[in-house]
Design a protein around this ligand. Structure first.
Ligand SMILES: Cc1cc2nc3c(=O)[nH]c(=O)nc-3n(C[C@H](O)[C@H](O)[C@H](O)COP(=O)(O)O)c2cc1C
Length: 451
């Protein structure tokens, strides 16, 4: 059966240099984030394991998702084929199975022992309000239909049984919570801290409100996810998860939460200000503590972006078969998107842009280019902007759009959209200046020999 431990064993056996193990005692909680941000400059940043961080007895694991290649390998594909592979799994869902003897409840902390501060969550940035769970997958059931949902939410430690939560992406969990609150109820939930990366990736992906992310995780793993009932709430969690927090999102209870260093690169107290009250904590005897580096780190951005790009790619491709590539560049956190396509009609770009903004309301600035432009090379995209775009004709601006609350320039979650058509217009008759291929080859050889 697969879990985070089997994933790590497999990774170490196949790509030992993909894991950096820090064995010496590190007494500085900011080092994991500082190290991950330094490593982001590498092509394939390693995952980090701190064997002895501050006063924790558990291995502290982070930066798991910072490498797109590692993430692709984890789901049995390559970086180039990631989007189509991830989307295909959504069409071959595999329902989970329920067991009762998984290791997730080897240890149960309730009563006197229930104190979430015992877990090795860290403060990542100077500006953070305190220690945060950043790889927290909240599992809950739709209060009307019972369908299950998995999604990530930052959780601030406020006391032994109290967490501050933000549902600012205003997705399915937020919708569940509002409906439960309107019915005068709290929303029961469980928080999974550390599971097989395919479960962690599925939780970052978008599915219909009537679909269960465990089913896509099962499809990726090639085996049904084994679930186990929680101790104090009516929720199922992966039987082989590392640590689980059980509790309720309290209705009609709001408290300040944050500031917290977010993916935008800014620390923010913008939050839905929810409160999660805990009733139990369970863990494996051999649990590792899994963290995601917050802020605009590769760890956070790659995980969120890979799943989102795939969703958007699938939605656009269904209508625009001549789409070539999509890139959410790091420079734009989650707010920029570059798309290349072989345009087959005038007006097509605005049609595409409207759908793009509808599919992903985080996107604020989108640039569409022809398919001779490599969207993964930002200087090529800017060259297309410089030479193929006229502002009086090629801009699409949409005001008053629900966007992400964390965009500091938005009016607390309401902003506008800028679509830029940097494709060549009809009647274009400029040719790129080129030199013969044979001369390029010879020039490269001469430069190589001259080294
Ligand atoms: C690492 C990570 C952290 C995230 N943190 C938050 C958060 O604190 N609050 C939030 O509302 N969304 C957060 N998100 C986004 C949601 O988890 C994501 O949009 C999810 O797909 C929403 O799913 P849902 O619509 O099924 O609820 C985070 C995503 C990732 C990948």
């Amino acid at each position: 059966m697969s879990d985070f431990h089997t994933f790590l064993e497999r990774l170490l056996a196949q790509f030992p240099s993909d894991v950096l193990i820090i064995s010496e005692h590190i007494d500085d909680p900011f080092v994991p984030a500082a190290m991950a941000l330094e490593l982001d400059r590498l092509e394939r940043p390693p995952m980090l394991i701190f064997e002895s961080l501050c006063d924790s007895k558990m291995p502290f694991v982070t930066n798991v998702f910072a490498s797109r290649d590692r993430l692709s390998w984890a789901i049995g594909t390559t970086r180039e084929k990631f989007h189509d592979a991830f989307n295909t799994y959504a069409h071959h869902l595999m329902p989970p199975v329920v067991t009762s003897n998984g290791p997730v409840a080897d240890e149960v902390w309730t009563g006197e022992a229930l104190d979430v501060r015992r877990l090795p969550a860290i403060q990542h940035f100077n500006e953070d309000a305190g220690r945060y769970f950043t790889a927290a997958i909240v599992v809950a059931h739709d209060p009307d239909t019972g369908v299950r949902n998995l999604s990530y939410h930052r959780l601030q430690i406020k006391g032994p049984t109290r967490l501050g939560a933000s549902l600012h992406s205003r997705g399915h969990l937020w919708d569940y919570f509002l409906r439960a609150e309107a019915q005068g109820r709290d929303l029961e939930c469980a928080v999974v801290l550390g599971a097989h990366p395919e479960i962690m990736l599925a939780a970052a992906g978008r599915m219909g409100i009537d679909q269960d992310e465990y089913e896509r995780a099962g499809a990726m793993m090639g085996e049904p996810v084994e679930l186990q009932k929680c101790q104090t709430v009516d929720i199922e969690v992966p039987a082989r998860a590392e640590i689980v927090l059980e509790g309720r999102l309290l209705g009609n209870t709001y408290e300040d939460e944050g500031p917290f260093g977010e993916y935008t690169g800014y620390a923010t107290g913008r939050s839905t200000r929810n409160v999660l009250e805990l009733s139990a904590i369970t863990r494996r005897r051999d649990s590792m503590y899994v963290d995601i580096v917050s802020g605009n780190s590769g760890d956070h951005l790659v995980l969120g972006r890979a799943a989102k790009e795939a969703y958007v790619w699938g939605g656009l491709k269904a209508l625009f078969p001549h789409l070539s590539a999509i890139n959410y560049p790091s420079s734009g956190t989650h707010y920029h998107c570059y798309i290349s396509l072989r345009k087959t009609a005038e007006g097509q770009v605005n049609h595409l842009l409207s759908l793009l903004f509808g599919l992903d309301n985080y996107i604020k600035t989108a640039v569409v280019v022809d398919d001779d432009i490599n969207v993964f090379d930002e200087s090529q995209v800017l060259w297309a902007l410089a030479t193929r775009m006229q502002p009086d004709q090629d801009l699409l601006v949409i005001p008053n759009f629900m966007c992400n609350k964390l965009d500091p320039s938005s009016r607390d979650g309401v902003g506008s959209k800028l679509g830029i058509d940097a494709t060549t217009p009809a009647g274009w008759n400029f040719e790129r200046a080129t030199v013969p291929e044979s001369s390029v080859r010879l020039a490269r050889k001469l430069l190589q020999d001259g080294k």
